[in-house]
Design a protein around this ligand. Structure first.
Ligand SMILES: [Zn+2]
Ligand SMILES: [Zn+2]
Ligand SMILES: [Zn+2]
Ligand SMILES: [Zn+2]
Length: 723
């Protein structure tokens, strides 16, 4: 018997199908060992940054089972994922189970061919790869522990900081400050509706957008007072090339913008597709497509779209770091146009299929037509040209496979130069320049990659961490920093600017890559970093003041208790105004100056620990939490808040509960009050009406569609498209 060990049960199932007879396949179910929670025991710094691992809780059984099987096995093969994390898991299994000479195999797709081929070419565990993973783990633990400790002392208990999460938070805060400093400017957009000689209608827009209302009116006057003609028609052919196949980062970005998935959700769906053998390994920054896959892609394109659509291309990645996985994310079998068990798996698979296929297809050809017109007057061209640009697809090329990438087509009626136009109507619209926009999750992944912060294996975790810590919240699609995020980032930027800079973080990633390549030594790298860093933390611990005061409050807000001046402070729920004489006087106001009711005991006891329950006011209204926070994290909505959340609409699924408003990681949603027994939920507030087409609940829509069906499959979900 041969024993083959992987990290996930799904992978076990897929591989068992391929290996008949002599193989027993077992899963470690993720990591089996980790650093202990207590920091003293975790890392022996003086001894050379030696980590002391402990078997993770609940993994004792897995370890002893593997030990038993290994004794009976002729050969033990470690087939964990093909990157540093996978190499580390393999090494931990070897160490914890006392395996003598296990073989290590890697494959980038879980297909019969790839697995059987890998078994023919085993190697030893790559000490450099697993050391690089260990260095990252130790580094992150040391930085996180030291910085968090300092922030507990200087800002507030329970907060955290981290080597890569803090630079990401800083990037968000830098944008936020740009937005705060932004001064909007007025400008006017002028558009006219014209009739051509053929009685077609056409809308032309002024090529300049005046910043001044007087100038705008001047243009309007001349436009109305004079006859018009077409002065130029310019045609040009342009092309659009397909994009490279997916890397982790572009997969996360596209899944976010097209499907609305967060990076961590995308990664967990992709992982399931990978483990079923449907796609190649999803953590990669390579644009490579294997020699075996290319002919399959070419064949699929010729068969499904025709010869003229095929255009073989080679993509080279600009990432200089040779990460271990060396293929782009692609389907393993191109004949499968649809695959996956669930709706979300199918959607992500389709995205990957389309992206890979279209990357080997011909350019799309577009015909652009620019029509410019002006007034006919004695003084000639005293107002800017009015124009329109039309765009028609002459050949769709790769867009045939990736229909969602198709832009809007603008058709322009047949016109000729010199043709007279009749002005029907002209209007100006006052607008204001917009501040730079906040990052979306997809935008932040792109920014992190551009600045070389993080790696395919870490983007999703970074973005999840800053949200889990309460430094950033997601509103709609954008990431909004909280007051706490602002204060923590400002503290770190003022005191550890070098350590959370782009260049430093990117340099550390490069050093980790060099450890993986065997070009840099583990102990020296950690020592070179940690010696000055820990000294800096100690110095800052003595020299920086505790942040108790975030500035003076507006003078018009006096303490509601003693009438004295107030200052801005940070609470768990955000900024508020506190009496400057605190703790002698406990008067407080909300940040907007309104009166705040202080924390109040409710008289009830905590169902989790028996402590007193306390009602407080937070960012999203009143809530009840345990007096033993942060030891006990029990939290619930206040009765008043609960009443506000009720919609009065009964749950159509269990017919017992009521639909109530809830706040989740993706913002507000509406679900059954019988949760978790009933999992019914919809995205927007139900209006109380029932859909005439399918009988589902109707819900609030947008400005243009005031009401829509909550059932996504119903045509009434997008009523504007049914007309
Ligand atoms: Zn006071
Ligand atoms: Zn409690
Ligand atoms: Zn229900
Ligand atoms: Zn419906």
């Amino acid at each position: 018997m041969n024993l083959l060990i992987v990290e996930s049960p799904t992978k076990t199932k897929t591989i068992s199908k391929y290996l008949k007879g002599d193989y027993v396949v077992r899963a470690s179910v993720g990591h089996i060992r980790d650093l202990p929670k207590s920091n003293k025991k975790a890392i022996d710094i003086a001894g050379g940054f030696i980590p002391h691992y402990e078997i993770s809780k609940g993994k004792e059984k897995v370890v002893s089972e593997i030990k038993d099987l290994a004794k009976k096995a002729k050969e033990v093969i470690l087939a964990t994922d093909p990157d540093r994390e996978g190499e580390a898991i393999a090494w931990h299994i070897k160490e914890a189970c006392g395996l003598k000479k296990p073989k290590r195999i890697v494959f980038y797709e879980i297909t019969e061919n790839a697995v059987k081929e890998a078994i023919k070419h085993p190697r030893n565990i790559d000490e450099n790869l697993r050391r690089a993973q260990e260095a990252r783990r130790v580094l992150d633990r040391l930085v996180g522990y030291d910085l968090s400790g300092l922030i507990w002392k200087k800002v507030r208990y329970g907060l955290s900081a981290g080597r890569v999460q803090s630079p990401a938070l800083r990037i968000i805060m830098e944008r936020e400050r740009e937005i705060r400093a932004f001064i909007p400017e007025n400008y006017w957009v002028i558009s006219g509706e014209f009739e051509t000689e053929n009685k077609d209608k056409i809308i032309l827009t002024c090529e300049e957008e005046p910043k001044d209302e007087k100038e705008t009116n001047h243009i309007l006057e001349l436009a109305r007072a004079n006859p018009w003609k077409i002065i130029e028609i310019k045609q040009s052919e342009t092309k659009r090339s397909p994009r490279a196949p997916f890397t982790t980062s572009t997969l996360q970005q596209t899944a976010s913008s097209r499907l609305g998935y967060s990076p961590s959700r995308t990664m967990s769906i992709a992982q399931k597709l990978y483990e079923q053998g449907l796609i190649t390994y999803m953590r990669t920054d390579s644009l490579n497509v294997s020699k075996e896959a290319l002919p399959q892609i070419y064949g699929t394109i010729e068969k499904q779209y025709g010869k003229e659509y095929l255009f073989p291309r080679i993509y080279t990645s600009k990432s200089k770091s040779a990460q271990e996985a060396h293929e782009a994310v692609r389907p393993t079998n191109f004949n499968l146009k649809s695959a996956g068990h669930t709706d979300e798996q199918k959607k992500l698979y389709k995205l990957i299929w389309e992206r890979t296929i279209s990357s080997q297809m011909a350019d799309a050809k577009l015909l652009k037509t620019k029509v410019s017109a002006n007034i006919i007057s004695e003084q000639q061209a005293i107002i800017p040209n009015f124009s329109i640009i039309g765009s028609i697809t002459v050949f769709d090329g790769w867009l045939a496979a990736d229909k969602a990438a198709h832009g809007e087509e603008t058709q322009i009626p047949k016109l000729s130069e010199g043709e007279k136009l009749k002005l029907l109507n002209i209007e100006s619209q006052g607008k204001q320049t917009e501040p730079p926009s906040r990052y979306t999750e997809a935008g932040l992944v792109k920014e992190l990659e551009k600045r070389e912060i993080g790696r395919p294996s870490t983007y999703a975790t970074i973005i999840k961490t800053i949200q889990d810590r309460g430094y950033v919240i997601k509103e709609g699609k954008t990431l909004l920093p909280t007051d706490t995020g602002d204060v923590v980032s400002t503290f770190l930027e003022n005191n550890f600017s070098q350590y959370i800079s782009d260049s430093f973080t990117a340099e550390m990633e490069n050093k980790l890559d060099e450890i993986a390549e065997g070009k840099r030594k583990y102990e020296k790298m950690l020592k070179d970093f940690y010696t000055p860093f820990s000294k800096e933390v100690k110095v800052k611990s003595k020299t920086t003041e505790k942040i108790t005061n975030l500035g003076e409050a507006d003078e018009k807000y006096k303490c509601p208790v003693c009438g004295g001046p107030m200052i801005i402070k940070l609470a768990r729920t955000g900024k508020f105004l506190s009496c400057a004489k605190f703790p002698e006087c406990t008067g407080a106001r909300k940040i907007d100056g309104s009166i705040m009711e202080g924390p109040k005991e409710t008289g009830e006891l905590c169902p989790q620990c028996g402590g007193k329950l306390i009602e407080r006011e937070g960012r999203f209204g009143k809530f009840i939490s345990c007096a033993n926070y942060p030891k006990c994290k029990f939290i619930k909505q206040s009765t008043e808040q609960e009443a506000k959340a009720k919609t009065g609409v009964n749950c159509p699924e269990c017919k017992k509960g009521e639909i109530v408003e809830r706040r989740g990681r993706f913002g507000l949603f509406y679900s059954c009050s019988n949760y978790p027994e009933c999992k019914f939920a919809i995205k927007a507030k139900p209006t109380g009406k029932i859909c005439k087409l399918c009988g589902s609940l109707m819900m609030e829509g947008t400005k243009t569609i005031p009401e829509r069906c909550s059932n996504k499959a119903c045509p009434n979900h997008n009523p504007h498209k049914t007309k």
